[in-house]
Every structure is written in structure tokens, then in C-alpha cells.
Design a protein around this ligand. Structure first.
Ligand code: COA
Length: 332
């Protein structure tokens, strides 16, 4: 089987740290409420860099870590649900920022599951042999979507970017499970901000309905309880299925890197998966939920700290708006 080899990883952490205490200055909440319900103490926010600029910083760090130049990259995949432009896509903007030329550039959006989907796409392109070295960047500037008057959601999210450079891993295992439940989309969404510029004619009421989006819905809308319930089951089931597919057991896995949404979601899902706490990476306390950036930022921190060792079996698992979910197992 041909899996992947992660040659290097890098992250970009925004400069501004919004603490729970700071949130109490403009919403009715407390450090105790947020910490005990979510495990988050601080979320990083980017007042000075657009999403594509954060993405480019993470990409440069990943190239450096991999010992590769931008010219050696022959495919760029960006996962984001908070792009700065409708078009061009973010991957083209990253390509320009890092000085790569000519390679294909695609964006994908499966919200917080984005990195797992992007890795899967990369793995398949690498397996065909059409591309040799792929840059994956997951970058999110959720501060541009969040309504800071909504205490039920604004406490969770932060900004950040993570990137990896991957090549084919000859004879390395790789297994994945991906899925989506589109009928649950209303549990977590943010509508595109159409301007009311469509000419009105008799008979085009459908379009009028589209452009008359209440301003509120152009900010992130979330049914926290529905997402919570979905997340615990989706993560546990995805890990269970990917283990079955691989023929491995949870004891064979050296490290689980889950989406960093909420420590209680992670703990409840882990209990169902029967995985030991010490095998699970978390950093949400200091980052908040940075959507698809969480996992590659985690991988870059794990690499930097020396905790990742070649030969380790890693399990990534996540969920997000869609509602989407996914898990994969690969050898580092
Ligand atoms: N501070 C203080 N009180 C708050 C609050 C805050 N920041 N946010 C909500 N509350 C209040 C509510 O108004 C409610 O009060 P009421 O009982 O008087 O009506 C009470 O706390 C309970 O609210 P509820 O929404 O039931 O809280 P919860 O225990 O479900 O926790 C979340 C809310 C958002 C932390 C939790 O549902 C969650 O994490 N869901 C998953 C969200 C997620 O991960 N999204 C990203 C997916 S990628």
C-alpha cells in the first residue's frame, strides 16, 4: 500500500490573544463558565493579517521544515471555510505569496474536517504518481464570521494556519473514512453575503429570497447542543470504522490528533473509543477552535517538540459544518 510521508509541517499563530477575561468586557460570561464548558482559556485572533497571508506564513514554515523550496511544490491544496475572496481561490494567492509557479492550485471546504479531506485528496494524487510533492495548507480567519454579541458561539473560535508538505510513503499504511450529513447543515452555517443587486422581475422570487438574507445569518449560526451530540458520535464512529478498515486496534495507535473544538467533546468521544488520555494531543486551551487549521497546527507543534517519531501510527479525527466528519490512520 502507498501511504503518505509528511516531510515537514509549519504553523502560523496570530499575534493577538483574546482571553476569557477579555470576553467578559463585552458579553455576559465568565472564565469559569467558558473553561469548564469548553476547556478554552485563550483564542488567538488575527487583526493584522488576512487569511491568505496567514496561510502563506504557515506554508513557508512547512517548506522550511521539509527542506523544500517553493519551486519543488507541484500541487497546492488549501482547505478553508473563511476565504478572503470568492475568487481567486486561496491556493492561487498562497502560490504567489510563497513564489511557487505553474503548479495546480485548488481550494476545498469541508469546514473543520478540511485538513483530513485535503490529506486524502493529496494521498490519492500521490498514489497515481501524477504529482510528487504536495503542499497542504489549512487556514482560517473565523474572527471574520463570528458575531461577538453571541456568547453561545464567540467564545469558541480563533484564527490560525497550519501546513504540511507531503510525498508518497512507499509501503506505508494509509486508511480513511470520510462522510457528511447535509440534512444537518442548519446546525452550523454562515451564509454568503450577497448584495441586493439582482434586478427584480415578476417570477424571480426565489432569487429575491436568496439576496434578502438577514444580516444575522451572514455571521456564524450554531446550534451548540446539536453539534455537540453529532460530534461525539461522529468522531467515535469514524475512528471505529477506520480501525476496522485498517485491521488495527486502538492499542496499535501511538497518537490521536482530534479536531480541537471542545475538551468535553474530545473526552466524551475518547471514552467511547477507549483510548488512553496520554495518547491524545490537545492545544485548544491556548488556540481556541481554528476549524481546519487545528490539526496541522497540532502536527507542527508535535513535530517541533519532538513528540512525533518516524514509524508512529497516527490517527486524525474531526468533524465540522456540513455536517462533515472524517478520520484517517497513517504511519508518520
Ligand atoms: N457564558 C455564560 N452562559 C452562557 C454562555 C456563555 N458564554 N453561552 C451560553 N450560556 C448560557 C445559555 O444562555 C443557557 O442559559 P439558560 O439555561 O439560562 O438558557 C446556558 O448557558 C446553557 O446553554 P447551552 O447552550 O445549553 O450550553 P451548553 O452546555 O450546551 O454549552 C457550548 C454551549 C457551545 C459550549 C456547547 O454546546 C458546545 O461546545 N457545542 C459544540 C459546538 C462546537 O464545537 N462547534 C464547532 C464545531 S466545529
Amino acid at each position: 500500500m502507498n501511504g503518505i510521508t509528511i516531510l515537514g509541517a509549519g504553523g502560523y499563530n496570530p499575534s493577538f490573544a483574546m482571553t476569557n477575561e477579555m470576553l467578559t468586557e463585552f458579553i455576559d460570561t465568565s472564565d469559569e463558565w467558558i473553561s469548564s464548558r469548553t476547556g478554552i482559556k485563550t483564542r488567538l485572533m488575527s487583526p493584522d493579517k488576512a487569511n491568505y497571508q496567514m496561510a502563506a506564513e504557515a506554508a513557508k514554515a512547512a517548506l522550511k521544515s521539509a527542506g523544500k523550496t517553493a519551486e519543488e511544490i507541484d500541487f497546492i491544496i488549501v482547505s478553508t471555510c473563511s476565504p478572503d475572496f470568492y475568487y481567486p481561490n486561496m491556493a492561487c494567492l498562497v502560490q504567489k505569496q510563497i513564489g511557487a509557479t505553474g503548479c495546480p492550485c485548488i481550494d476545498i471546504n469541508t469546514a473543520c474536517t478540511g485538513f483530513i479531506n485535503a490529506l486524502d485528496i493529496a494521498r490519492n494524487y500521490l498514489a497515481t504518481g501524477d504529482y510528487k510533492t504536495i503542499l497542504i495548507v489549512s487556514s482560517e480567519r473565523l474572527s471574520s464570521h463570528v458575531d461577538y454579541n453571541d456568547r453561545g458561539s464567540c467564545i469558541l473560535f480563533g484564527d490560525g494556519a497550519g501546513a504540511v508538505v507531503v510525498e508518497k510513503g512507499e509501503d506505508k499504511p494509509y486508511y480513511s473514512i470520510l462522510g457528511a450529513e447535509g440534512d444537518m447543515f442548519e446546525a452550523l452555517y454562515c451564509k454568503a453575503n450577497y448584495k441586493p443587486n439582482f434586478p427584480k422581475f415578476d417570477g424571480n422570487e426565489v432569487f429575491n429570497e436568496l439576496i434578502d438574507t438577514p444580516e444575522k445569518e451572514c455571521y456564524l449560526q450554531m446550534d451548540g447542543k446539536a453539534v455537540y451530540k453529532f460530534a461525539v458520535d461522529a468522531m467515535a464512529n469514524a475512528v471505529d470504522k477506520v480501525l476496522q478498515k485498517s485491521g488495527l486496534t486502538i492499542d496499535d495507535i501511538d497518537l490521536v490528533v482530534p479536531h480541537q473544538a471542545n475538551i468535553r467533546i474530545i473526552q466524551s468521544a475518547l471514552k467511547k473509543m477507549k483510548v488512553a488520555d496520554e495518547k491524545v494531543f490537545t492545544n485548544l486551551e491556548n488556540h481556541g477552535n481554528t476549524s481546519s487549521a487545528c490539526i496541522p497546527v497540532g502536527l507542527s507543534e508535535l513535530m517541533e517538540s519532538g513528540r512525533l517519531k518516524r514509524g508512529m501510527k497516527i490517527c486524525l479525527v474531526g468533524f465540522g459544518a456540513g455536517l462533515t466528519y472524517g478520520a484517517c490512520i497513517f504511519e508518520y
